[in-house]
Design a protein around this ligand. Structure first.
Ligand code: ATP
Length: 621
């Protein structure tokens, strides 16, 4: 009895986009099906290491392409691990990756841009519906006795029913659309396999008129000498191994020899995956042991901050029958991780030095991830600091810490930073004014991860990182722009400032930690800063947004003694002493500083009242 089921909403949406798009490169469907088939064979071969009875009788694994001109179908047949009834339903009816739903909702219909995005996301098995009106999957899982048939026209539902089949593996039959009949022709299939799947490590056969012909060279690409692998082949390998559609930004193919031996072919993608920051996301480096696939889920193989890497690592030294659990703890894996990390960072450093514009592209995609290494990996901290790039107040584009240090002003010892949600927001911060006036460069840090590595790292070479939004960012020691070779003398703070500061402190009492006169402002009258030792204000805001912060530390209100408003208030205090107008002004100054920080006012009604009475007094004068 065939049971009809609906696709998960996300799958229906994906199928709809795939079917209706004007995507030109339809032949990728074959690559997707062949790479799924090859993965299934890899898994069965691995399973057979511990349970030989579940392996292929002759120990040989293969993918067969079988066109049937009479039925107008093309079948892709593998003797891999197969799928149970439940697996057919789950794997071919749902998408388990989190974030998928939000991703698909953001897509429109039909546009080319969407197709590139979908490509990046990977249409996998569903790409079969680009060329077929109907798809039938018959599968028998290794170790089970009952096979099942999955069938669908890709329009909202599918059926699953028990079926007779005795060969373990999966047969996917595509009922080709009228205009896609070419995929039944041998020359067409040969061409596609040669271009897209030559590097697949197991034989891909074409079965026609009872004869079989091998279409690919069937040797694992990474085992070939580097100079015999063309860029085109490496790219195709990347597409298959990573199920990716973009081009690799960097390809790293090498053989490590010495204490441990392994070959690796790794890729840094050219495009940023949409789920890069999903905590459940795993890296995509596959582990092989002497050409046998072991796992794509060995978290210890590469550090989390290199989780954008794709590709394979093939070890000569690991025992083949090692369990996945022991694998995670294996010192050999730790050694490989160390080697891979060093190698990748070394290649990135070369790119950073030789191809700055290209490196900037990488940094925009993966910089925020790489920065996680600054607090996770003490050993590589120096290397990562040299690789880090930042937006800054001094230059368009990205700057390195080395650039920054080279431009430091006489008397400047610290590297100044500001953290904010965006470069624009950072540039609007009043705390930058004094630095700008003195020509002191400030790095604009806008990734959430910046809040975490900064306090951990604390220094680059002998230079401390200092936030401009903290008390203690002392500008007076730094020489400003010299006029006629003379260092401009700082004018003393106007008289009455100290008294005004004392009054503000008294009035605002518990609402602030302190009130101070500052030289960090030139245009604004006031700003808020975090006290030395307290949490950075941007971090406090981030944590508050995520409800991770209980009690927030109080801020310091800094006043600019040279601002006309502050001077006027100081004069008034000197002449008439304190009074309601000055008290209102004190609160208005604090609220103004809060607004500039983008914060909500604790008492907007009181603010409005004070502002109204202040305006009224002003108009009456
Ligand atoms: N020939 C096959 N044999 C066994 N299992 C298969 C086969 N084809 C697909 N599957 C299962 O179905 C799942 C879904 O396949 P699909 O191609 O849609 O996505 P994927 O390969 O996991 O990821 P991607 O989106 O990167 O292509 C696979 O992960 C695999 O478990």
């Amino acid at each position: 009895m065939a049971e009809t089921r609906s696709f998960q909403a996300e799958v229906s949406r994906l199928l709809d986009i795939v079917a209706h798009s004007l995507y030109s490169d339809k032949k990728v469907f074959l690559r997707e099906l062949i790479s799924n088939a090859s993965d299934a064979c890899d898994r069965r071969r691995y399973l057979a290491l511990t349970e030989p009875a579940l392996g292929a009788a002759d120990g040989k694994y293969r993918v067969v392409l079988k066109p049937d001109p009479a039925a107008k179908t093309l079948s892709v047949i593998d003797n891999g691990i197969g799928m149970s009834e439940i697996e057919l339903i789950e794997n071919l009816g749902t998408i388990a990756r989190s974030g998928t739903s939000a991703f698909l909702k953001g897509l429109g219909q039909d546009s080319k841009r969407d197709m590139t995005l979908i490509g990046q996301f990977g249409v996998g098995f569903y790409s079969a519906f680009m060329v077929a009106d109907k798809v039938e999957v018959v599968s028998l899982k290794a170790g089970e006795s009952q096979a099942h048939r999955w069938e669908s026209d890709g329009k909202g539902s599918f059926t699953v029913s028990p079926v007779d089949a005795s060969e373990v593996g999966t047969r996917i039959t595509l009922y080709l659309k009228e205009e896609e009949k070419d995929y039944m022709l041998a020359p067409r299939l040969k061409h596609v396999v040669k271009t897209y799947a030559d590097h697949i490590a197991l034989p891909i056969l074409l079965e026609e008129d009872g004869k079989e012909e091998t279409l690919n060279s069937a040797s694992a690409l990474w085992t070939r000498p580097k100079n015999e692998v063309t860029a085109e082949q490496a790219k195709e390998f990347y597409h298959t191994v990573a199920h990716a559609f973009d081009d690799p930004w960097l390809t790293l193919h090498y053989k490590a020899e010495g204490v441990i031996e392994y070959t690796s072919m790794l890729f840094v993608p050219g495009a940023k995956p949409f789920d890069l920051f999903d905590p459940a996301r795993k890296h995509s480096v596959r582990l092989y042991v002497r050409r046998v696939f072991v796992t794509d889920d060995c978290a210890e193989l590469v550090p989390a901050y290199l989780r954008f890497l794709k590709g394979v690592v093939d070890s000569e030294d690991l025992p083949l029958n090692i369990s996945r659990e022991t694998l995670q703890a294996s010192p050999l894996i730790a050694k490989i991780r160390q080697g891979v990390t060093k190698r990748v960072l070394g290649e990135l450093a070369k790119k950073a030095a030789d191809a700055q514009a290209d490196y900037a592209k990488f940094w925009d995609n993966f910089g925020a991830v790489l920065k996680e290494g600054l607090y996770e990996d003490f050993e590589q901290r120096e290397a990562l600091l040299s690789l880090a790039r930042f937006r800054s107040t001094a230059a368009e584009g990205l700057v390195s810490l080395e650039d920054y240090v080279g431009r430091m002003k006489p008397g400047q010892t610290a590297i100044y930073t500001i953290t904010a949600d965006s470069p624009e927001a950072a540039l609007r911060s009043p705390q930058l004014e004094g630095f700008r006036a003195k020509g002191v460069e400030v790095l604009l840090l806008t990734d959430p991860v910046d809040e975490f590595w900064l306090p951990m790292v604390a220094k680059y070479k002998e230079h401390e990182f200092r936030s401009v939004t903290r008390g203690g960012a002392d500008l007076s020691a730094i020489e400003g722009p010299a006029k006629d070779g003379q260092k401009p003398a700082e004018p003393p703070a106007p008289a009455g400032t100290a008294e005004l500061v004392a009054l503000l402190k008294l009035t605002l009492a518990d609402a602030v930690k302190d009130v101070r006169s500052t030289d960090r402002l030139t245009e604004s009258a006031v700003c808020l800063v975090a006290d030395e030792g307290d949490m950075d204000m941007h971090l406090a805001r981030l944590l508050k947004q995520h409800k991770q912060l209980g009690e927030e530390a109080k801020r310091v209100l800094e006043v600019n003694p040279r601002h006309p408003l502050i001077q006027r208030l100081a004069e008034r205090l000197g002449q008439f002493g304190t009074g309601p107008a000055l008290e209102d002004a004190a609160w208005l100054l604090l609220d103004q500083a809060r607004i500039v920080e983008g914060e909500a006012l604790p008492d907007p009604v009181a603010f409005a009242k004070r502002l109204a009475s202040c305006l009224e007094r002003g108009l009456a004068a």
